[in-house]
Write a protein of this length. Structure first.
Length: 274
């Protein structure tokens, strides 16, 4: 029996990258998956965002490991859109045990869009997290069986060493710090319902958010920013893999972590311990 047997996970930003990895890894442990992704391009984002074909691939990979999944196209900036995706999943699976507000963007370059980049990043990576929780939590509370919320933050949610103040980067840091405040607030308020709330703080992860040609050019053009020692992990790995974060998510979603709440959980190759 898997560590998440019988549980249902609600995952945003699930079309690729960390979100897809979390969906597949949790399905391997027995969870059913309610997945959503915007599957569209936000103009301020410099790298190609996920497509409907990417979300379909997530469905295929979850089903390939024997999992069940309901996937919807939805935008976390729009609460009604999240609600529709959630309702579609609830109609299939009946409940949610674990919420993973994972959707995020990192528009740190794209000079002509930087004013809008602030607003898009906050709307996606902070407001979108709050709206996802607000959609899913009433049902979890009413069910009375506890559960967990696992918010994707970042090493940049606990440190701003080496980062710059262009609007997209500033918004990314603000959002990733902001969800820590949300986590602590909700962890204290939801403890009486046995609902645990934690943030996960990865260092750089090998996903399309950073593994793309424009970002590679940015690193080469501005080594004092993106290529500086402040960006390097103490452990000898430039980027961790999505599965490294997913394994932490599985632990925190499982009954093994039934009394772990209100923590900032790093998966960062020592980045925050320098």
């Amino acid at each position: 029996m898997g560590r998440l047997e019988g549980k249902v996970a609600f995952i945003t930003g699930a079309a690729r990258g960390q979100g897809r990895s979390h969906a597949v890894r949790m399905a391997e442990e027995g969870a059913s998956i309610i997945a959503l992704d915007i599957c569209d391009q936000i103009p301020s984002v410099f790298y190609p965002m996920a497509t409907k074909a990417d979300l379909d691939e997530t469905v295929a990979q979850v089903e390939a490991v024997g999992g069940r999944i309901v996937a919807s196209v939805a935008d976390v900036r729009d609460k009604a859109s999240i609600q529709s995706a959630y309702d579609t999943g609830i109609a299939e699976f009946g409940h949610v045990d674990t919420v993973l507000p994972n959707a995020g963007i990192m528009p740190v370059i794209n000079e002509g869009e930087q004013e809008q980049a602030w607003h898009d990043t906050i709307a996606t990576a902070l407001t979108g997290v709050w709206q996802t929780m607000e959609v899913a939590l009433p049902g979890m509370i009413e069910r009375g069986r506890g559960g967990s919320v696992l918010i994707t933050s970042s090493a940049a949610g606990l440190s701003s060493i080496g980062l710059n103040t262009i609007p997209g980067q500033a918004a990314y840091v603000a959002a990733k710090h902001g969800v820590v405040g949300l986590m602590r607030l909700y962890a204290s308020q939801l403890a009486k319902h046995s609902i645990r709330v934690n943030t996960i703080h990865p260092t750089g992860v090998a996903t399309p958010m950073v593994m793309n040609e424009p970002y590679g050019v940015f690193v080469q053009t501005y080594p004092e920013i993106a290529g500086s020692p402040n960006y390097q992990n103490p452990m000898p790995v430039p980027l961790i893999e999505p599965i490294d974060v997913s394994n932490a998510m599985v632990y925190l979603a499982s009954d093994e972590a039934r009394y772990v709440t209100g923590v900032t959980f790093p998966v960062d190759a020592g980045y925050l311990n320098r």
